[in-house]
Design a protein around this ligand. Structure first.
Ligand code: SF4
Ligand code: SF4
Length: 458
């Protein structure tokens, strides 16, 4: 809560215009369409208290649209428009009506692709949201009045609409000064309020990442601006346990409630982490709802708060779209008992920190021969399988200890294991997940040594 600033690289990454995390990385790589009935006409809707819009609780996030296979590794992404059209048609047929994009998503190609896909549908069948994605120190989208105006007018052209249903000041939260430069000093916020009066914007809001002082500052302007909605990060982990770079969702949601402002939810899966819950942690949820995936639990949680208008999900693959439609057709809000089971998962995740390595191998080769992704994969596998022994009194301790040590030796040769890391730092700038690789190596090494020493006590 005390964080004041975040650097530009991290900030752009957070809001999805920096490095890209694929949907495959979030959901797993299975791109097959799922079988089974996907309900039509059962979607849950929330009513916008200002405009009366009936908004589908599942919102389509258009930050990661499907792309065509690349011929050369460094080719630019080319959007697979046929697939975007197919997914959009399917979503609308199954009741999804909220589509969220930005001039900066998909290397600037998202708005146009979304506009093409929506064009053939009657205008009253969809609600389109886009953003003023101007950024102070970003050459591609500076925060001058001229560039901001151009971005605003371009959105209409690219989306092929004469009004925007939801318009957001994109990603406020770096600092109050940044907010003032982007929206106040250049007169853009006053202009957008006038545009709303003229009906070209139907709902005006902002999306938030970062410093809570900026959040409170923007809300303090509510009497003048009358925010129609605010987009926040909310999931069962961040409700009370947001990392130091984020703000607890219970604070954000609570503040909005005080102002009677409804929210749009992003990051219901916490960057994909909540779609992959370790087996031993997930068992209890499996007993309660055997057919539900970890992602379905996270989506149900995010949608259960009554002031939530819609929960955004980036659905690059048909099977993700189908699963989410099933989850929300209709939404069965989580019960208190289920919330308590989810809290146990939060405790478990916090206790056994999973390393968010995607196995991309960008950090390789390590000059000292470490198999960095192999070590992390084996470590995460032990967490998944419950083989992370911490309490010597635990009756499963001996078995888990053996599985951890033998598993590491079998998966990674000794000369490539963590004890050989010299903390040279060569791998650090190469990791797109910003994993503190040498620190993690030291932790795993210490843990392994502790287990080895404890052998004599058993
Ligand atoms: S810090 Fe460790 S893991 Fe990273 S490159 Fe150097 S020796 Fe290898
Ligand atoms: S670069 Fe990072 S995410 Fe990729 S394999 Fe290495 S540690 Fe894992």
């Amino acid at each position: 809560m005390n964080r004041k600033h975040i650097n530009r690289r991290d900030f752009l990454k957070t809001i999805g215009v920096g490095s890209v995390i694929t949907t495959a990385a979030i959901y797993g790589c299975n791109t097959k369409e799922s079988n089974g009935d996907v309900p039509i006409g059962k979607m849950t809707y929330r009513t916008n208290r200002n405009s009366g819009d009936k908004v589908s609780i599942l919102g389509y996030g258009c930050m990661r649209l499907p792309t065509k296979p690349k011929i050369h590794e460094d080719d630019d992404d080319v959007i697979d428009q046929d697939m975007v059209n197919k997914l959009t048609d399917y979503a609308i047929t199954h009741g999804v009506n909220y589509f969220d994009t930005s001039p900066r998503y998909c290397q600037g190609k998202s708005e146009e692709a979304v506009g093409i896909a929506l064009k053939k549908h009657p205008r009253n069948k969809f609600l389109v949201a886009t953003k003023l994605s101007n950024f102070i120190d970003d050459d591609e989208a500076p925060a001058t009045r001229e560039a901001s105006m151009e971005m605003y007018h371009d959105s209409f052209k690219k989306l092929q609409v004469d009004h925007l249903d939801y318009y957001l000041l994109h990603a406020i939260g770096r600092s109050i000064e940044d907010y003032q430069k982007r929206f106040i000093n250049n007169g853009m916020l006053d202009f957008l309020i006038e545009e709303r009066k003229g009906g070209r914007i139907r709902n005006l809001g902002f999306s938030f990442h970062g410093n809570p002082q900026v959040f409170d500052y923007a809300l303090s302007m509510h009497n003048k601006v009358h925010w129609d909605f605010v987009q926040i990060q909310l999931n069962y982990f961040d409700w009370e346990h947001a990392s130091k770079d984020d703000v607890n969702a219970n604070y954000l949601y609570g503040q909005l409630k005080k102002y009677n402002i409804q929210s749009v939810i992003m990051e219901p899966l916490r960057g994909g982490r909540l779609a992959k819950i370790e087996f031993h942690l997930f068992e209890k949820l499996k007993q309660m709802r055997p057919d539900d995936s970890a992602a379905a639990w996270a989506f149900r949680y995010a949608g259960s708060y009554p002031d939530v208008l819609t929960v955004l999900s980036g659905m690059t693959y048909m099977e993700n779209l189908q699963e989410n439609i099933k989850t929300y057709s209709p939404l069965h809000p989580v019960t208190d008992k289920e919330k308590s089971a989810l809290n146990d998962i939060v405790d478990g995740i916090s206790k056994f920190p999973y390393i968010s390595c995607t196995g991309c191998k960008y950090c390789m080769p390590c000059p000292y021969g470490l198999d960095i992704p192999g070590i992390f994969a084996q470590y995460n596998k032990c967490l998944d399988e419950g083989n992370y022994p911490t309490n010597i009194q635990d009756k499963e301790y001996r078995k888990a200890r053996r599985a951890f040590l033998l598993g590491l030796d079998r998966a990674v040769p000794r000369q490539r294991q963590p004890q050989n890391c010299v903390n040279c730092g060569a791998c650090l700038p190469k990791c797109p997940q910003h994993i503190e690789i040498p620190t993690e190596m030291e932790k795993i090494d210490q843990f392994t040594n502790k287990l080895k020493l404890q052998s004599t006590e058993l």
